[in-house]
Design a protein. Sequence first.
Length: 161
Amino acid sequence: MDRRVRRETGHACSPRNPRTSVACPHARSIRATAPRMFTTVASYLDPIEAQIARGLLLSEGIEAHVGDEHLALANWEWRLAIGGARLRVADADAVRARAILRAMEEGAYAIDDEAAPLDAALRAPDRESVSSRLAWLALVLLSVPLPWRRRQPDDSAVRDA
């Protein structure tokens, strides 16, 4: 067995090993774990915008990753210097991803104002109630130290025997 081949792939029946047959049962897993190349399709100064665009691409079935996101969040003043957060997709999906992002910028995914009419019956619930006011009153009264429960200056923890 060739040790160099075993070191490269992790098993002896590699397709690169001339001593074994061509039909290797592990050949498919070797190809599946081969590194894929990614292409930067967009760059955003705000990492949150990059995550929104990534979510759109994921919903369209394109695997996407945001690079330099944490650096842009931790050091916000470096965003221009590093080029912002980069949205990366596989090389095979780059053209389709750019078309989807272009459609998003043109407003194809925008929600119309008429799509969700404002309803006058919808309003925020009233947060003030009798029970909430009683709870605040109990908190205030029970957190006040009682003056008649204080120790006297001559009452010490160590007493003379």
